[in-house]
Design a protein around this ligand. Structure first.
Ligand code: GH3
Ligand code: MG
Ligand code: MG
Ligand code: MG
Length: 324
């Protein structure tokens, strides 16, 4: 790839962060195979952006997917409709789907522009290209790209906040309840087992009473860390209530889930929890009620109820134990 950066032609592109809302300081990939054309365009654009030039459309797609560009400028004058094909491929690849495309073409290729717009080109310019117009359209696309990225990040954050427990970082009860039915359905249709356990910290109230609410919070956080270490990626762990947690284990039978539960119980009881910034260590135990999906299509409420009954027995029988 020929990198014609602003530095090479003696101009300093502005800092990206300082000018985030102006559409300047972007990273642009210019795909054009005519040297006289791309040299002129790159020189114009380098006044405001960082420019990479790639004459080969196949290479360009690769760079576009790897390069984290704010804008692709694609010549539709490339042979064999290669420019159009590149635009279409860029639109279908996950990594380039949201990168705006500004197409350029000779007036004799203007029908390709119409096709380009149909497949997702965002804007276009006909040759001969006016310097001011090129800069203005590039800025507009880059500004819009940053704004939609920002919106997408916000949506992503809101979704994460809505399904995550703020104290422990585990999923929250709402998320667990919406996914448990799906996991149970999958287990039923695939004929696979599904294990579920409810974990409850023993005498948690007295931890709060003896060491303070902050110490209780420290215990909950550290507990979540140990839970995460004990489960697989496909398992679902959530904070179900104050000091109550649920773990759902797809493709796991009672025997294996029993071993996981027992290992987890020991990892809690075997290593005191550091609280008050590590100045104090307290012994913590948990009780676990364990069950599995008993028959195809069983209601998840029934599964939860059975786990809760087992938990109640674990408490009643003296705590710090697993009951199934
Ligand atoms: P058991 O062994 O029967 O489970 O006794 P327990 O004391 O753990 O159970 P109980 O349900 O009586 O008490 C739970 C306590 O958990 C009461 C509540 O104040 C505390 N709690 C709930 N959420 C939080 C939290 O986010 N932080 C802290 N520090 N405490 C919490
Ligand atoms: Mg209780
Ligand atoms: Mg408790
Ligand atoms: Mg409880």
């Amino acid at each position: 790839m020929r990198a014609i950066t602003s530095l090479e032609i003696g101009m300093q592109a502005p800092e990206r962060s300082a000018v985030a809302d102006t559409g300047r300081g972007g990273r642009i990939l210019l795909v054009d195979d005519r040297q006289s054309s791309y040299e002129r365009l790159a020189t114009i654009l380098a006044a405001e952006h960082t420019i990479d030039v790639e004459p080969n459309p196949t290479e360009a797609l690769f760079h576009a997917a790897e390069g984290n560009y704010d804008l692709l400028i694609v010549s539709l004058d490339l042979n064999n409709f290669d420019g159009l094909r590149l635009c279409s491929q860029a639109r279908s690849l996950e990594r380039t789907r949201h990168v705006p495309i500004l197409a350029i073409a000779d007036p004799e290729n203007s029908t390709r522009l119409l096709r380009g717009l149909e497949i997702g080109v965002n804007d276009y310019l006909l040759r001969p290209i006016d310097k001011t117009e090129l800069l203005a359209r590039a800025r507009t696309q880059i500004r819009r790209r940053r704004y939609t990225d920002h919106l997408r990040d916000n949506v992503q954050n809101s979704i994460e906040m809505a399904i995550t427990d703020a104290l422990t970082g585990l999923h929250n009860r709402r998320y667990m309840e919406s996914h448990l039915a799906t996991l149970a359905d999958q287990a039923s249709t695939r004929g696979k087992p599904l294990a579920l356990m409810i974990l409850d910290i023993d005498y948690f109230k007295s931890i709060n009473d003896n060491y303070g609410h902050d110490a209780g919070d420290d215990v909950l956080r550290e507990f979540a860390v140990r839970v995460r270490k004990s489960i697989r990626g496909i398992d679902l762990a959530c904070r179900y209530g104050g000091e109550e947690f649920v773990i759902v284990m797809p493709e796991t039978d009672l025997h294996v889930a029993g071993m996981v539960a027992e290992r987890l119980r020991r990892s809690i009881a075997g290593e005191p929890f550091a609280v008050h910034k590590g100045t104090k260590r307290i012994e913590v135990t948990i009780s676990i009620g364990l069950t599995t999906l008993e028959q195809k299509g069983e209601a998840v409420a029934d599964v939860l109820k059975r786990a809760d009954t087992a938990l109640y027995r674990a408490k009643h029988d003296g705590r710090n134990r697993v009951v199934s």
